[in-house]
Ligand binder design. Structure first.
Ligand SMILES: Cc1cc2nc3c(=O)[nH]c(=O)nc-3n(C[C@H](O)[C@H](O)[C@H](O)COP(=O)(O)OP(=O)(O)OC[C@H]3O[C@@H](n4cnc5c(N)ncnc54)[C@H](O)[C@@H]3O)c2cc1C
Length: 411
């Protein structure tokens, strides 16, 4: 289908929206991006585990960053609750920071068509079957195609498929980052350069090096990123999401609003349960973040001329580590389907079939890898039916979803 003259409106200007916007623009679409946040998104504090497949997808978006993508690790190492190495799985991988993915995507898209501070509040069918968006200031915009890349709490999904809600997995991830320079020489020598999986009782800690605050990959200026999955029941979650004023936040809480008592509780728990040297990372992180773990599964991805993409469509638990890759794959499938189909409707049908299956598989994969935490088991290998002894867990978690679909025991 020739794209000349066709318009696309992308809701959400994060990685998913920018993958789609760049890929469509490169195929001749006239694209505008509408992002709710008025400031920049460059400084989101996430460390990103890159997958080899992401390189080609960034290139397809015209956003391959200059130089190395991140810090190279040789593989994944598992440690027991005392900090002794119990398994190693060779799998070279790059670990980086959010900005090294977001910035090239943002730079590749024409700034004059990227609109900040624009919140979509309604979506409808416009003239001649086109899609129409309404913004919080009352303005409306029509387009031949709307791409809803507005994240796991998607406004567009809530309007079109209100029955789809994030489902709490029964555990949270405590997260943090530490400057390399703030870590002891012992830590830097023993574990800094490793992709570490640690198994304290009924939980799982993961740590790896990422680019520094200024995106630097230079030794001495990098950071160490960790997450620690810990079981928390619904009542406990509500308490964790309640700030000092008594306000209970829905789904997630901004890091500065986490109550001091909870941060102190986290640090005490880390000192008691994390083996050295990993306890050091938890102790030295300046800001602690809390990420409750949810599954999001959309039964449909297409509503007329509106397509859900990225986290708006499916969210798999972070064990799978593919949120960014999946958003890129969604965008590539959408752009290719549009280029290779006779009509927008046919293309959207093709997109929905391909990406629904991929999204469902990713969610199942995450559920499998995290099942032992939700079920409060001592370790993933406590239930033989999960088939996750440590050497297998670190190998499987490094494998593309498509290659493990047949092995997953969870529905
Ligand atoms: C702490 C953390 C660590 C992570 N680590 C990794 C990792 O290592 N590897 C990995 O692959 N993934 C990781 N992820 C997941 C990854 O960040 C997401 O999968 C990815 O950002 C999804 O991109 P998206 O564009 O679909 O959604 P988002 O990045 O959530 O972006 C949605 C955008 O839509 C905007 N928006 C929302 N509502 C509206 C509206 N009504 N109107 C206009 N705009 C709107 C939002 O402001 C936001 O900018 C991590 C996530 C977190 C929170």
């Amino acid at each position: 289908m020739a794209a000349s003259g066709l318009t696309a409106a992308v809701v959400g200007g994060s990685v998913g929206g920018l993958f789609a916007a760049n890929m469509l623009a490169r195929r001749g679409w006239r694209v505008r991006v509408f992002e709710r946040v008025a400031g920049g998104l460059e400084s989101r504090g996430a460390g990103i585990a890159m997958h080899p497949e992401l390189d080609a997808i960034l290139a397809a978006a015209g956003a391959r960053p200059d130089g190395p993508l991140g810090i190279r690790v040789a593989g994944r190492t598992a440690y027991d609750r005392r900090g002794r190495q119990i398994a190693f799985h060779p799998r070279p991988q790059y670990l980086t920071a959010w900005a090294r993915v977001f910035n090239p995507l943002h730079a590749a898209f024409p700034a004059e068509h990227y609109h900040r501070g624009r919140e979509v509040v309604a979506v409808a069918t416009g003239a001649a079957g086109r899609a129409a968006l309404r913004f919080s200031d009352g303005e409306t915009v029509e387009a031949d195609l709307v791409v809803a890349a507005d994240g796991f709490r998607s406004t567009v999904r809530a309007l079109l498929a209100p029955e789809v809600v994030p489902r709490y997995a029964g555990y949270v991830a405590w997260r943090g980052m530490v400057d390399e320079a703030a870590l002891s020489a012992g830590f830097r020598d023993a574990v800094f350069g490793r992709y570490a999986f640690v198994f304290p009782p009924r939980s799982q800690f993961i740590g790896y090096p990422v680019a520094g605050r200024d995106e630097s990959l230079e030794p001495g200026r990098r950071r160490y990123n960790f997450l620690w999955y810990c079981p928390v029941d619904e009542g406990g979650l509500a308490d964790l999401l309640t700030d000092e004023t008594g306000l209970c936040h829905e789904y997630s809480i901004p890091p500065p609003l986490i109550r001091r008592a909870h941060v102190e509780g986290f640090r005490r728990m880390a000192a008691a349960l994390l083996p050295p040297p990993f306890a050091e990372a938890a102790a030295r992180a300046d800001q602690i973040m809390l990420q409750p773990i949810y599954d999001v599964e959309s039964a449909r991805l297409v509503f007329g001329r509106v397509a859900l993409l990225g986290d708006a469509a499916f969210v798999a638990r972070p064990h799978v580590g593919i949120g960014v890759l999946k958003a890129g794959q969604d965008a590539l499938e959408l752009a290719c389907a549009l280029a290779g189909s006779a009509s927008i409707e046919a293309a959207l049908g093709r997109y929905e079939a391909a990406r629904s299956r991929a999204g469902r598989d990713a969610v199942r994969f995450g559920r499998w890898l995290g099942a032992f935490i939700g079920r409060r088991l001592e370790a993933p290998w406590s239930d033989p039916e999960l088939r996750l002894p440590p050497e297998r867990l670190i190998a499987v978690s490094a494998t593309p979803v498509e290659q493990v679909v047949g092995e997953m025991p969870c529905p």
